[in-house]
Design a protein around this ligand. Structure first.
Ligand code: ADP
Ligand code: ZN
Ligand code: MG
Length: 478
């Protein structure tokens, strides 16, 4: 970016909450292929019905507030945000406005070089989702109200981010926390996590905020990053041409890598918020708040730091292993069998994650149990098998999830530490490779590696390489 300017970014993130039922009625939130079936007079906004707030929604919002260092307001209230749209049968969205449930939080993002930055959270509030307009039936638009009344939580950040990367890291952190709490599945592609990016630029050193534009319609984390980068570029060009930034809402087009203004009619809004007369204020007393707090799991940052201090892992390992709660659990279960923390980490970060990527499976579906992987590591450490043999056994475990001890027995893979057997192999290799032996003896140290390899081959990889090394050296020095 043009170095005269600095970007200012604030994100509004909507997270669909994983409750069984909707926010103000008992309708199911489960996905249904049949449109307009998970509906009732309440979520369809029929006259004369009364909403009843889902307690779980409050608990989830409080959990998120606690996890992001917010203060939880003892009293918050719902308001009506009035606007007309075909997929909003009520004619207003029930949301929170002046009195949100959580405020004044922060999360910490970490950069690749290990440095950190805090991003402020202005507020977290509860609201309901609208339905879906389906435009792909020729000239007809269809309405599916199944999503009406699905609980959402909106997390509004302070304008604290300065680069697209920071926005990406912030989003990643929010998603990680949501997944650890188990309150949202975090799937941006499917719309259960949505992000609107507010972007402005200003001259470096300037304290006042510039006029912002809001960019919508990004369906992946990478697209959020790209859309913000493009918007910064667009605004920079405008200022450089001596033009002004107008406050507006833009839609991101990923295929064209470009932002386009929304039709101004869609954008013009005066929501005429007013307190919802049908809903009581939400009261979260200290006692209830503490009960909810007791359900807080160990959060990603804390878990990462514990992995570093308890298991002596490098920051990089700890971050990868705690990227999801399930992966971190898998890793810790390996440690119930072996306390070789670093080997366990290496196996997860290379072999396990590779298979997960290649096969596109989650750790929940990983065929090798952590206990069996732990046993494999233990077999190496107990010098029963070599690391190389372990790499051969692992694919077999992937196929069968057998106990590696069994595979070792079945295939007779126990490492040979019996020196006489190894000495036999060494004799053979020496007599078959006289030229290399001479080279080694004339000072070419490197040749030893080749000879060790030949002995390993002779023993079908079962010899203990350390013993081979020692014996070979001894033999060749006499
Ligand atoms: P609006 O009233 O348009 O919704 P808000 O003040 O509620 O604006 O802020 C919405 C989001 O935009 C917040 O995440 C906030 O941090 C961010 N924001 C506000 N002003 C700016 C600005 N000038 N530049 C970038 N982001 C901003
Ligand atoms: Zn309903
Ligand atoms: Mg706002």
């Amino acid at each position: 970016m043009n170095s005269k300017y600095e970007a200012v970014i604030g994100l509004e993130v909507h997270a669909q909450l994983l409750t069984d039922t909707k926010i103000f009625c008992g309708c199911s939130t489960k996905f249904s292929t049949a449109p307009n079936t998970n509906v009732c007079p309440v979520c369809l906004g029929h006259p004369g019905v009364l909403p009843v707030l889902n307690k779980k929604v409050v608990e989830y919002a409080v959990l998120m507030g606690l996890a992001t260092n917010c203060s939880v307001n003892e009293r918050s209230a719902f308001a009506r945000k009035n606007y007309f749209y075909p997929d909003l049968p009520k004619g207003y969205q029930t949301s929170q406005y002046e009195e949100p449930i959580c405020e004044h939080g922060k999360v910490t993002i970490e950069f690749k070089d290990g440095s950190k930055k805090e991003i402020g959270i202005t507020r977290i509030h509860m609201e309901e989702d609208a339905g879906k307009s389906i435009h792909d039936y020729g000239d007809t638009t269809l309405i599916d109200a199944n999503r009406c009344g699905t609980p959402l939580m909106e997390i509004v950040s302070e304008p604290d981010m300065r680069t697209p990367e920071e926005a990406y890291l912030y989003l990643t952190k929010l998603k990680q926390i949501l997944l650890y709490l188990g309150i949202c599945d975090g799937n941006m592609e499917e719309g259960s996590l949505r992000c609107d990016a507010n972007v402005s630029i200003r001259l470096k050193g300037e304290k006042k905020l510039g006029t912002k534009a809001e960019v919508k319609n990004m369906n992946s984390f990478r697209n959020v990053e790209r859309a913000i980068a493009r918007e910064i570029e667009r605004q920079t060009n405008l200022l450089e041409e001596g033009k002004k930034i107008t406050q507006q809402t833009l839609l991101w087009n990923a295929d064209l890598n470009e932002v386009y203004p929304m039709r101004s009619k869609e954008e013009a809004h005066d929501y005429r918020y007013f307190p919802d007369p049908d809903l009581m204020p939400v009261v979260v007393e200290e006692k209830w708040k503490n009960e909810i707090a007791r359900n807080l799991p160990e959060l990603p940052d804390a878990r990462r730091d514990r992995f570093i201090s308890n298991f002596n892992l490098p920051l990089y390992d700890a971050e990868v292993l705690t990227s999801s709660r399930e992966l971190a659990n898998y890793y810790e279960k390996i440690l119930s069998v072996t306390n070789d923390y670093k080997s366990a980490s290496n196996w997860v970060m290379t072999e396990v994650l590779k298979v997960m990527n290649d096969e596109k499976i989650s750790i929940a579906d990983f065929p090798v149990t952590p206990e069996n992987l732990g046993k494999l590591i233990k077999l190496i450490n107990d010098k029963i098998i070599s690391g190389k043999i372990a790499k051969d056994i692992f694919p077999e475990m992937l196929k069968t999830n057998k106990d590696p001890n069994e595979i070792v027995k079945e295939k007779n893979l126990v490492q040979i530490s019996d020196t006489s057997e190894i000495e036999n192999a060494i004799e053979k290799v020496i007599s078959a490779n006289q030229k290399d032996v001479q080279e080694y003896l004339s000072g070419k140290e490197k040749v030893l590696g080749f000879l060790v390899g030949q002995v390993m081959k002779e023993t079908k990889g079962k010899a203990n390489p350390q013993i081979v090394n020692e014996l070979l050296r001894k033999k060749l020095s006499t």
